[in-house]
Design a protein around this ligand. Structure first.
Ligand code: SF4
Length: 248
C-alpha cells in the first residue's frame, strides 16, 4: 500500500532524469517542481466507522513515491508525518531517498531504535558515483534498518566495501522504464547478485526495465504490456541465510 503525504520534487542526480512523477505530471499539465501537501497526510491515523485504522499494509507502506521524504520543501510538514509514523508502529514504513545528507537533520527529536524500529529508510543510488557519494553518509547514520535501492540501475556498481560492513539487509535492483530509457545490463545485475551472495545479503532483481542487454550484448525482447516481467526468471534473487527476510 502507498502513502503519499505530499507531492512534488526537484531532480538531484542522473537517476532522476526520467522520473515517473515528472512523466505522469507532464501528461496532466502539472508542474512537479511545485510542492503541495496532500490530503492523505494523516492517512495513517485515519479510522473508519468501525474504529479501525484505514491504512493497512501487506507488509510495507511504500511512503512518498510521488516526492522525496527529505525534500527541503517538506521541512515544515515532515514533523506531522513522523508523528503518524510513530503512532503506527504496527506497520512497516519503507521510505526511499536520494537525499541521505538531509536525514540526520530531519529525524524527529525523539528518534530511537525502539519507537522507530518499523522505519526502513532506504538509500537510493543509480550508479557507482552516487553509491560512493551516498552510502558512506547513509551507513554512518544510526538507523534501525539499512537497505539499498539501485532503481533505476544505469551503470555497473561495486557494493563490496559497503556490504562487507554487514549492515545492509537488502539490495533491490530495477531497470528503467519510459521515454528516453537507459538500458540496464544483465552483467551489472549478475555482478551485484554475486556480491550479495558473497556477503550473504538479501537481493531482489525486481523489474528488468524496458531495455535489458543480455550477457551476449543482445537486447532481451520487450514483453507485451501486461505480461509478467522477466526479471524474476533470470534467477538473480538471493535470500540471505543469516538475515531476516525483507519482503518487498
Ligand atoms: S528524487 Fe525521486 S521523486 Fe524526486 S525527482 Fe528524483 S527520482 Fe523523482
Amino acid at each position: 500500500m502507498n502513502w503519499n503525504p505530499w507531492h512534488g520534487c526537484e531532480k538531484v542526480s542522473a537517476g532522476c532524469a526520467n522520473c515517473f512523477v515528472f512523466m505522469l505530471d507532464r501528461r496532466y499539465g502539472r508542474d512537479t517542481t511545485v510542492f503541495s501537501v496532500n490530503q492523505a497526510l494523516d492517512l495513517p491515523i485515519r479510522r473508519g466507522r468501525n474504529g479501525e485504522y484505514k491504512l493497512w499494509a501487506s507488509p510495507y507502506v511504500f511512503t512518498c513515491s510521488n516526492s522525496d521524504f527529505f525534500l527541503p520543501a517538506a521541512d515544515h510538514v515532515r514533523g506531522k508525518a513522523w508523528e503518524y509514523i510513530k503512532e503506527r508502529s504496527d506497520l512497516n514504513f519503507l521510505i526511499p531517498t536520494k537525499r541521505v545528507e538531509r536525514i540526520a537533520g530531519a529525524l524527529p527529536a525523539d528518534w530511537n531504535m525502539k519507537d522507530y524500529g518499523h522505519v526502513y529508510l532506504s538509500c537510493s543510488c543509480e550508479n557507482q558515483e552516487m553509491a560512493d557519494a551516498r552510502l558512506p553518509v547513509y551507513l554512518g547514520l544510526e538507523l534501525p534498518h539499512y537497505t539499498v535501492q539501485l532503481e533505476p540501475l544505469i551503470g555497473a556498481v561495486d557494493l563490496s566495501k559497503y556490504l562487507e560492513r554487514n549492515l545492509i539487509e537488502k539490495v533491490t535492483v530495477e531497470g528503467e522504464f519510459g521515454k528516453g530509457v537507459r538500458p540496464c545490463h544483465e552483467a551489472w545485475v549478475r555482478e551485484l547478485y554475486l556480491q550479495c551472495r558473497r556477503y550473504d545479503t538479501n537481493m531482489a532483481f525486481r523489474r528488468a526495465g524496458d531495455i535489458l542487454i543480455d550477457l551476449d550484448n543482445a537486447i532481451y525482447p520487450k514483453q507485451p504490456r501486461g505480461s509478467q516481467d522477466y526479471a524474476g526468471q533470470l534467477g538473480y534473487n538471493y535470500e540471505s541465510t543469516s538475515r531476516e527476510t525483507v519482503m518487498w
